[in-house]
Design a protein around this ligand. Structure first.
Ligand SMILES: [Zn+2]
Length: 640
């Protein structure tokens, strides 16, 4: 999954505190029996799953499902844990209209009283299959969750539209899926077509594991580009857009995407798919996504990805990141993250490899492929390094503990990112892998690099796409095979540390993190496209939509003055807030002893706060250190 997840709003209920002190001894009511654990045995028969996805106005997916069964007790599960999300993301609240029949006779179901994703029923004697009807009521407004249906396109995730029998590994449950789309729409998916009739397409049966790993994008405005015509297997870019003109891509832009495939093959020396389909939505209506699969990836980004190419360099790490995941995350997967079905809890302890190293290779491949320039890559890394140089949360929370964040916080907005830390295993993980890469290069006198690790760790079993799990010790052993060193101590020191910042890799890469009063071109474009103004490294806050603070640095000057995320900036030094005016005032305050005076609004309350700051604007850059080899330049250069 990609770093920037959709913003979801959750409303917390009131917590009730039980009062203690009853005079009699209460005994707890027993819990119900646990739902049957999955076993590695074939589920008898093939489930037929038909999804009607043509109701664009209501955003409703209507499902009919035929499940072969034997008589007796049966438990059906709605998927809870999402591969690639590493968290219990299943929208059980969006399932509605569930009616189950056997031979035309309606059967009553009851929901498990503990596991809200489990439905119990009794199959009557003589029945050999169940007919299920239900709907997946996908969000109709952004405040309900990620929008997956728009008038122009849709994103079908099979995880949302299937019930499956408990007690079996999902790789042992065979499903024949079909989908009805709006007339004249085209689609892309890693699934293979068995037959088509009108707007309904039936796919070849696959395991439920593969089905969930093979989502679909469909839409009205579509363009397909072959990215590797002479390669070992097809790799396609399937672009879906809000309008036809947004599909116009220049040859040089497509060549950079072709170079991405070529550079990934050089890096990993393998492919773990028999074909690969990038699903790419260029939309400001479909919700953001970056979600990895073995043979495809779901990507949504700026509608002007191609048509305003110069304005959005920050969008171009998305495809390299998700493509890398086919190797790192889908093929090689942490042992505690691989689960037998979608209702067994995932454990995320190795996400600093799964996501952290993917963040690193996504970054490296975006430069090696030419999707971004070397200068843009350096400016981007400067920003990452600066963010993690301002991370007071490291004092209480180790990087390793942040791997629990998808489960702890569910990726909803948090008030104090720098103190709570969020999903830091992505980008602080990236800094650790730069550290490791430059260390291997230094120790081996430039003979070895993390590329050799990638080739050894991900390049096995070429052509296979069955998940191959690993542990911490496997990672250490693979690093040692490339370059002997105490890698276990190296990694533990960085995963457990309470000081920082983790900038050794930059230094060994031949660069220093510096600040000037001028933002880099990359930084300015990032601010413009994401509609925020980042004063984190000076005043300790960022300003977002409606001039509300979108981030406030814990322990920074704004936090010390009592400001928090959500507070609205009204005026500075008596003038209505405007980004450029504030920048000029920060500069003027360098030679003025007076504090900056802000009028802010919190709810319906206005107040005045003063920030006594005189160090001027500060924006991060990487500055070349001529005393150290430019190892970072070598890392970012395309492989020949
Ligand atoms: Zn990811």
């Amino acid at each position: 999954m990609s770093l920037r997840a959709p913003a979801l709003w959750f409303f917390a209920g009131w917590a009730m505190l039980a009062t203690a002190g009853a005079a009699w001894a209460q005994t707890p009511a027993p819990l119900p029996p646990e739902v049957a654990a999955p076993q590695d045995r074939p589920y008898p028969g093939v489930i037929r799953l038909a999804v009607d996805a043509h109701d664009l106005r209501r955003h409703v997916f209507r499902v009919t499902e035929t499940i072969p069964v034997a008589s007796g007790a049966l438990t059906l599960l709605y998927p809870k844990w999402g591969p690639g999300s590493h968290a219990p993301v299943g929208r059980i609240d969006s399932l509605a209209g569930l009616v189950i029949r056997a031979g035309g006779q309606r059967l009553e179901w009851t929901r498990d009283t503990v596991d809200m994703y489990a439905f119990h029923l009794t199959v009557p004697a003589g029945a050999s299959s169940l007919e299920l009807e239900f709907q997946f009521l996908s969000p109709t407004d952004e405040n309900q969750g990620r929008i997956v249906v728009t008038p122009e396109m849709l994103n079908l995730q099979w995880l949302s539209v299937v019930l499956y029998p408990a007690g079996y590994f999902v790789r042992q449950i065979e499903v024949e899926p079909s989908v009805r789309l709006p007339d004249e729409w085209q689609f892309a998916t890693a699934l293979e077509i068995a037959s088509a009739s009108g707007a309904t397409t039936t796919f070849k049966p696959v395991s439920l594991e593969t089905l969930v790993d093979s989502p679909m994008f469909a839409g009205h405005y579509v363009k397909r580009v072959d990215l590797d015509a002479s390669g070992p297997v097809p790799v396609r870019l399937n672009v879906f857009a809000d309008r036809a003109d947004l599909l116009e891509a220049k040859p040089a832009q497509l060549d950079a995407h072709r170079a991405l495939v070529a550079q990934a093959y050089k890096l990993f020396n393998s492919h773990h798919f028999d074909h690969y389909d990038f699903l790419l939505a260029l939309s400001d209506r479909l919700g953001f996504i970056g979600l990895e699969h073995h043979r495809s990836s779901e990507n949504a980004t700026a509608p002007t990805y191609f048509t305003e190419w110069d304005k959005n360099p920050d969008t171009r790490e998305l495809l390299p990141h998700e493509f890398t995941h086919s190797w790192n995350g889908k093929f090689r997967r942490p042992a505690d993250l691989w689960t037998a079905n979608f209702n067994v809890p995932m454990r995320d302890s190795l996400l600093w490899v799964y996501e952290g190293q993917t963040q690193y290779w996504g970054y490296v491949l975006s430069a090696r492929s030419g999707l971004v320039t070397k200068e843009q890559a350096l400016d981007q890394l400067a920003y990452t390094a600066a963010i993690f140089s301002h991370r007071p949360g490291r004092e209480w929370r180790s990087l390793e503990d942040t791997t629990n964040e998808p489960i702890v916080a569910g990726r909803q907005p948090i008030p104090w990112r720098s103190w709570q830390r969020g999903v830091d295993y992505y980008s602080e993980g990236e800094l650790i892998w730069i550290d490791a890469d430059t260390l291997i290069r230094e120790l081996s006198n430039g003979q070895k690099s993390l590329d050799d690790f990638a080739r050894a760790f991900f390049g096995v079993d070429d052509g296979q796409w069955v998940a191959k799990t690993y542990t911490f010790d496997d990672v250490v052993a693979a690093l040692n095979a490339v370059q002997p060193y105490d890698w276990a101590a190296f990694l533990h020191a960085r995963l457990d540390r309470h000081d920082g910042p983790p900038l050794d890799g930059l230094a060994r890469g031949g660069y220093r993190l510096t600040y000037t009063d001028t933002a880099s071109d990359y930084f300015k474009k990032l601010e413009a496209r994401r509609k925020f103004s980042d004063f984190t490294f000076s005043l300790g806050f960022a300003v977002g939509r409606e001039n509300k603070l979108s981030d406030v640095l814990w322990g920074g000057r704004a936090e010390a003055a009592g400001l928090a995320v959500g507070t609205q900036l009204i005026a500075v030094n008596g003038e209505a807030y405007e980004k450029d005016r504030l920048m000029a005032m920060i500069t003027a305050a360098k030679t003025d002893n007076a504090p900056l005076e802000f009028i802010v609004k919190d709810g319906n309350r206005y107040s005045t706060v003063r920030i006594d700051y005189h160090d001027g604007l500060r924006y991060p850059h990487l500055t070349r250190d001529e005393h150290t080899p430019a190892r970072l330049d070598e890392i970012l250069a395309p492989r020949q």
